[in-house]
Design a protein. Sequence first.
Length: 149
Amino acid sequence: YVPLGLAPNTTYEARVSYPATNPARVRLWLEGEVQGSARMLLDAERIIFRSDARGRMVGTDRNPGAILMRAERWAMHRDGEAGAPKQLAYDIVMERSVLGVPSSAGPIILVAAALLVVVAAALPWWTHRAVPALLDWLAQDAPTARRRL
């Protein structure tokens, strides 16, 4: 896979994902690097690389640099050898990355931050009003519940 049209001085993440039902071992690496230096997740693998001031991949000895992939069978398929697929279906995604976080995760991070702000804003109300009111209600209702038993 040869990434073309890279923005200058930008960090990128390239990842390959594949169905976890197909037992495979997939490796990604940059051309000229030692194979297998990427981060491997459950059913995806990713590498992070950057571009130089001219928009070329840094860390490769060729121009344009390439992202290499290798896939091999890793375990037994649930349907046995005869039921195992002969080819591996996979997706390769490449996107800009900031501090190791893909740019597509930006909206999720914003929503999580907004939820934290809401929780922090509601915390004083919860601890000073809601919890004492709930405890008072439980304490008042407790003898009534015992009499019913």
